[in-house]
Design a protein around this ligand. Structure first.
Ligand SMILES: [Zn+2]
Length: 474
């Protein structure tokens, strides 16, 4: 099975490479450099579990039942958002512990052999849905997949959703007001958006006001404001946090997830609607979209948003390639990536690593200090962002000054309201300049107009809210 390199990182001073396969499963190898050659080693299950928990924490995890070796799923919902998904845990385990040979080469692509993997007949993957027989689970990737499995709920109108809400006795007035407001704004701004998933969620929804203590049990964090658990059809909101400045924002954020995260049991299968695939791949793109959705459609904003950086990337790409909120609610992350590929029309861009790089970078800026990732590891992400942005704005690239202005504006858009949780973070924009030049070349802009590195900002430093961002040209 082929695994592709995502990036290198350090964990407690040790060097690792993260890999992914085509199903979105990730694994890690440790490496050392001997005589300028990289030598890879397998990692033990404990280290794998630590890295997995770190990068994919707040997502479902698993444990083995030591007595009868049956797998059980220990569900931990996300803190700010909860899709309520039990994912493909059998294969996650399998990818964690590898056997067989490992190449010593400094390869971007490695042949690895997990101890167990799905047989072909256990997995069906189409453009609209994925069926995992071993887990009795169906991932509904698009609105077409949704309509296929949930056909009784298609053609839902805004008034249908309002009626569904009004006739649900398990939603308290407090939450119902939020949802009504959301529906009204949605109708004004996105009158043709698909409402199948939202209506289903509103139909089964229960509101559960809880306090800090219960929030800890449900969402794994006592300071969480709210979380939506699709599988239980429940929005938990924290009554101890009603006065928090982020309360309204996060309530709407969670309601936003109800548009395309849903769960229904049908004929013994757990059918789940997602924007993500595989092991929650695409999660950060979804959070970016949901963040923009709340700001643009519902009109609620907040100063320091956890998903600001992914949202900034998503906004630049979305506006450049003409992807809409309707497309987002209808699709899934690979559909978004395919639209980027079509728009770029150049196979030399690596779009497939985009969701992973967004996730790791977000983590790198706002996560745990045990992990260190050089910002140059995100080169491919910058290249794609610059590629779509300059192609979309190519008509304005008629002088060196205007190209410089576009480039600097792009950096402003990427860094807009981006903060670290603590300390400073340095962005290295080499990939952004290369992506710009590739786009200028592909679109026939004369080389005499291209700015040199000396004309352009090369690095930027961001820090905690309140401290000024530093943008350094050199
Ligand atoms: Zn979320």
């Amino acid at each position: 099975m082929t695994f592709y390199k995502i990036l290198d990182f350090k964990y407690k001073g040790r060097s690792f490479t993260a890999f992914r396969n085509n199903l979105g499963f990730q694994t890690f190898l440790e490496y050392e450099v001997v005589d300028n050659n990289r030598k890879y080693h397998y990692i033990d299950e404990m280290t794998y579990q630590r890295l997995y928990d770190m990068f994919l924490k707040k997502k479902p995890s698993f444990y083995e039942d030591g007595v009868n070796k049956k797998r059980k799923f220990n569900f931990i919902p996300k803190v700010i958002s909860a899709t309520g998904t039990a994912l493909l845990l059998a294969s996650l385990t399998a990818c964690g512990v590898l056997s067989g040979n490992v190449s010593n080469a400094n390869a971007d692509e490695l042949q690895l052999w997990p101890n167990q993997m799905f047989d072909d007949n256990e997995v069906i993957i189409t453009d609209d849905y994925e069926v995992y027989e071993i887990a009795k689970k169906v991932n509904l990737l698009t609105v077409d997949g949704l309509n296929l499995y949930w056909s009784d709920e298609s053609n839902i109108t805004f008034d249908d959703v309002r009626n569904t809400l009004d006739s649900n006795p398990d939603v308290d007035e407090f939450l119902a007001d939020y949802i009504h407001n959301f529906i009204d704004k949605l109708e004004m701004r996105c009158p043709n958006i698909n409402l199948t998933c939202l209506n289903h969620n509103v139909q089964i929804l229960k509101s559960k006001p809880v306090g800090d203590f219960e929030m800890m049990q449900v969402c794994g964090s006592s300071t969480a404001t709210a979380c939506f658990v699709a599988k239980d059809g429940t929005i938990y909101y924290n009554e101890d946090r009603l006065d928090d400045e982020n309360f309204e924002y996060i309530m709407n954020h969670e309601i936003g997830h109800m548009l395309l995260n849903g769960y229904r049991e049908i004929n013994g299968y757990a059918t789940e609607r997602h924007f993500t695939t595989g092991a929650n791949t695409g999660f950060m793109i979804e959070e970016g979209f949901d963040t923009l959705f709340i700001e643009d459609v519902v009109g609620v904003s907040l100063e320091d948003v956890a998903y600001r950086l992914p949202a900034n990337y998503v906004r630049i790409i979305k506006d450049s390639i003409g992807y809409t909120f309707d497309d987002y609610v209808d699709g899934y992350h690979i559909d978004f990536e395919n639209r980027i590929k079509e728009f770029l029309d150049d196979p030399n861009y690596n779009v497939d690593n985009l969701p992973y790089l967004m996730e790791y970078q977000k983590y790198n800026i706002r996560g745990n200090n045990d992990i260190e990732i050089e910002d140059s590891e995100f080169y491919e992400l910058y290249e794609v962002v610059a590629g779509v942005f300059f192609k979309a704005n190519i008509e304005y690239c008629d002088s060196k000054e205007s190209i410089i202005e576009l480039y600097e504006g792009l950096i402003d858009d990427i860094l807009n309201d981006v903060y670290t949780k603590e300390g400073k973070y340095t962005f290295d924009f080499k990939g952004l300049r290369e992506g710009m030049r590739r786009a200028l070349k592909a679109n026939g802009i004369d080389e005499s107009l291209w700015p040199s590195d000396d004309d352009l900002t090369m690095i930027a430093i961001v820090s905690v809210p309140g401290e000024k961002q530093n943008i350094i040209s050199r």
